[in-house]
Design a protein around this ligand. Structure first.
Ligand SMILES: C[S@@+](CC[C@H](N)C(=O)[O-])C[C@H]1O[C@@H](n2cnc3c(N)ncnc32)[C@H](O)[C@@H]1O
Length: 185
């Protein structure tokens, strides 16, 4: 099995990315004050800190990444948001520290395509979402054909079929979707 793909923290959180794609732009679209949210595959906290700002002191941010360097880098930046953010070195395939149906919004940005256990990660995302919750999932289109971590077009469509799609997009380098749980009426 291919190992999880990790990145140096500076590659994920740096001034150029902040300039071109400020984290608050995405977060302000989906996160409200007082909510419980989760940043899965959080890296060094590029979005986690903006999520903590958005939920405020009455909210909660769960952050998970199996790369201990990323979690250490995130923890160094937390400052007075320490009470709001619960960060763990954990795989998306096992988010046992996040209770069932507890989260209003899950961010899984560029994460699923860095691991092989896609179904387990998607199962965990669905498990932690409140019935009224939503998730933003994105995957890179840039991967070698035989890389089992990559998510191709067909698998992406199958992934979205497991949710109710609220909005989706296809960029040069990524595919993304804002999704909700499928409710049986
Ligand atoms: C492309 S980076 C994106 C980081 C962050 N979501 C962002 O947008 O800034 C992918 C992240 O997925 C993490 N990752 C790799 N395998 C993972 C797994 N099994 N579970 C959760 N995260 C994982 C990596 O450590 C890395 O931080």
């Amino acid at each position: 099995m291919a190992p999880d793909r990790y990145f140096p923290p500076l590659l994920i959180d740096n001034p150029v990315r902040r300039l071109l794609s400020p984290p608050g732009r995405l977060v302000s679209k989906y996160v409200e004050e007082g909510e419980a949210v989760a940043d899965i595959g959080c890296g060094p906290g590029y979005y986690t800190l903006a999520m903590a700002e958005a939920v405020g002191e009455g909210g909660k941010v769960y952050a998970a990444d199996p790369d201990p360097r990323a979690i250490e880098a995130l923890e160094r930046k937390l400052g007075d948001r320490r009470g709001v953010v619960e960060a763990r070195a954990a795989s998306a395939a096992d988010l046992g520290f996040i209770p069932d149906r507890s989260v209003d919004f899950v961010l899984a940005n560029g994460m699923i395509c860095c691991m092989t256990e896609h179904s387990a990660a998607l199962r965990e995302i669905r498990r932690i979402m409140k019935p009224s919750g939503s998730a933003y999932i994105s995957v890179s289109k840039m991967f070698r054909r035989r890389d089992p971590r990559g998510v191709g077009r067909e698998e992406w469509e199958q992934t979205l079929a497991g949710f109710s799609v609220l909005e989706r997009g296809d960029g040069l380098a990524t595919r993304w979707a804002h999704v909700a749980l499928i409710t049986l009426t």
